[in-house]
Design a protein around this ligand. Structure first.
Ligand SMILES: Nc1ncnc2c1ncn2[C@@H]1O[C@H](COP(=O)(O)OP(=O)(O)OP(=O)(O)O)[C@@H](O)[C@H]1O
Ligand SMILES: [Mg+2]
Length: 529
């Protein structure tokens, strides 16, 4: 709260009047009657909303509901078919991102847009038009440091982007927008890729922005964030605005119901835990990261058939190297990896696929899909070599179509049809396509990295149900997640990773958030107990 706000609150006393004061704040942005159509879908159907100074508005909706499209219209990446936009009461025509930027509107996209091989400072000034021919990098660095101080956005201006973690990259994106004078920040699922600690920091940054009188539109699937970050919440469903509420007048359950259109259960039916033989056997595994530093220090564990084995921990503690080592994506330094009885240590990814291993990668756009191919081909990518997709080297086209339609239905992938090019789906629906393919093609072991990241509540529930189904069918599931609730709900055993080691392996029925949390900070199980 700025000083003025604080004084005002004090002088008017009751919270009712305070609410009135909030209501009377100046409207700085309005989108009126926006309609945006794509071939086969109406992404936004006559949507209107307004944003006030110093306010955070949460935009909620299922995957494919039209959130990113609406914001892309606002920043001039998409042209609306109908409707108008007002900034500070003036009607504006936002024909490109540079127009929105000059109006003080900036967006952080679901996929970051930084140049890896350039430094933080270079990225921040990239594309600014009114710079000198030879920019004064010293002055620019100073201004960056000043802003990072003010907003507690710690980054080194001379670091290269490739050297930064995801959380740090996001800070650079925010810095970039503030540097360019943005008053309205659009954050499209900013915490989907952040660790819980980084999300907390982001909360602090947003509060600081509010104090400075800046406003934000915040897209998220996480209900607790809606409750913590926003003053107002708007719910989109299939391109339409179905609710707008004061955040203080609603709750996560109601929001979930408005989003999905039915009651969302946060409980799961799980068969009895009956672990069978070991499917994945990892013994004394050690490996290095891309910088050649030790990332895994002699790790041993087994994932059995009929079991979900969870890996908890703050991202960056060796999870990626562990996943890569058990899917053939990276070489191991020592130890061994067995799938069933066969030694797969240092074999290639194709050998793992042949051994019945499926993999849902965390970097789904980079690794998981071929963006320019159709939904159908992406879904069939894994199985096309074998029956019933092909017979005697010939592809059975009719089966492909039937299969794709079935998957689209089962995973509720929102797409105009199987022939749509994947990159035109919404972020969450691209993820659902990969999940569908990998879960369906799993024969022995399913490695799932952060499978519910970026998914709406309904889809998250569906994915968890599918993972449990795999387990109940006798497959082994290795589930890497940062969400302790997810692990506690569906995993049978949980290992906590810290600095390339397991701090302990616990039965999920015999642990809690607190114990896991302590182990995540580097305490061994026997120290916790
Ligand atoms: N460039 C495009 N070309 C064709 N269709 C598109 C394009 N961009 C979005 N769409 C379609 O518009 C609809 C809304 O997509 P949008 O990306 O806005 O959803 P979203 O609410 O952001 O979902 P998510 O939570 O999955 O990110 C989807 O059906 C999507 O396929
Ligand atoms: Mg989106």
């Amino acid at each position: 709260m700025s000083d003025n706000h604080a004084k005002m609150k004090h002088s008017i006393g009751t919270s009712n009047r305070w609410e009135m004061y909030l209501d009377n704040r100046e409207v700085i942005l309005e989108m009126r009657n926006i309609t945006k159509k794509f071939p086969g879908v109406t992404a936004n159907d006559d949507i209107s909303f307004s944003l006030k100074k110093g306010e955070v508005l949460a935009l909620l909706g299922e995957n494919g509901a039209g959130k990113s499209s609406l914001m892309n219209v606002l920043v001039g990446l998409y042209r609306a078919d109908a409707g108008s936009i007002y900034v500070n009461g003036q009607k504006v025509s936002i024909t490109s991102p540079s127009v929105s930027s000059s109006l003080g509107i900036g967006m952080i996209h679901q996929e970051f847009m930084l140049v890896d091989t350039m430094t933080v400072a270079e990225n921040i000034i990239l594309g600014i038009k009114d710079l000198n021919l030879v920019p004064d990098m010293k002055a620019i660095s100073e201004k960056i440091s000043e802003i990072s101080e003010q907003y507690q956005l710690k980054v080194n201006p001379s670091s290269y982007i490739w050297q930064l973690s995801v959380g740090e990259r996001q800070r650079v994106e925010i810095l970039k927008l503030i540097f360019r004078g943005a008053n309205i920040l659009i954050l499209d699922e900013p915490t989907a890729v952040l660790t819980p600690q980084e999300s907390k920091e982001l909360n602090g940054i947003i509060n600081q922005m509010k104090k400075e009188g800046k406003s934000a539109i915040f897209i998220t699937h996480k209900m607790d964030e809606v409750m913590a970050f926003s003053e107002d919440v708007y719910v989109l469903k299939q391109g339409k605005l179905v609710a707008s509420k004061r955040t203080s007048d609603t709750n996560p359950k109601e929001l979930a119901r408005m989003m999905v259109g039915r009651e969302v259960l946060f409980q799961f039916d799980k068969g009895e835990y009956k672990p069978g033989k070991s499917v994945l056997t990892v013994k004394d595994l050690c490996a290095v990261n891309s910088k050649g530093l030790e990332a895994l220090k002699t790790i041993s564990f087994e994932v059995k058939s009929g079991e979900i084995f969870g890996i908890a921990g703050v991202a960056g503690n060796g999870q990626q190297q562990l996943i890569d080592s058990v899917t053939g994506l990276q070489k191991i330094r020592c130890g061994s990896v067995y799938i069933n009885e066969s030694d797969c240590s240092n074999k290639n990814p194709i050998d793992y696929i042949k051994a019945g291993v499926s993999y849902i990668p965390s970097d789904r756009l980079g690794m998981g899909v071929a963006g320019t191919m159709t939904v159908l081909n992406n879904l069939a990518m894994k199985g096309y070599r074998d029956k019933p997709f092909s017979s005697h080297g010939l592809l059975i086209k009719s089966y492909f179509k039937k299969f794709a339609e079935n998957m689209i239905d089962l995973f509720r992938i929102s797409t105009p049809g199987p022939e749509t090019i994947v990159k035109f789906l919404s972020g969450g629906n691209i993820q659902k396509a990969i999940l569908a393919r990998e879960i369906d093609s799993c024969r022995n072991l399913l490695v799932a990295a952060y499978p519910s990241r970026g998914l709406d509540v309904g889809a998250t529930q569906a994915v968890r149900t599918r993972l449990i189904e795999q387990r109940d069918e006798g497959k082994a599931v290795l589930l890497v997640s940062e969400e302790l609730d997810e692990l506690l709900m569906i995993a049978d055993r949980i290992a906590v990773m810290f600095e390339g080691e397991f701090m302990g392996i616990v039965d999920s029925s015999n642990t809690d958030r607190e114990e896991l949390g302590l182990m995540m900070t580097g305490m061994k199980r026997d120290q916790v107990k």
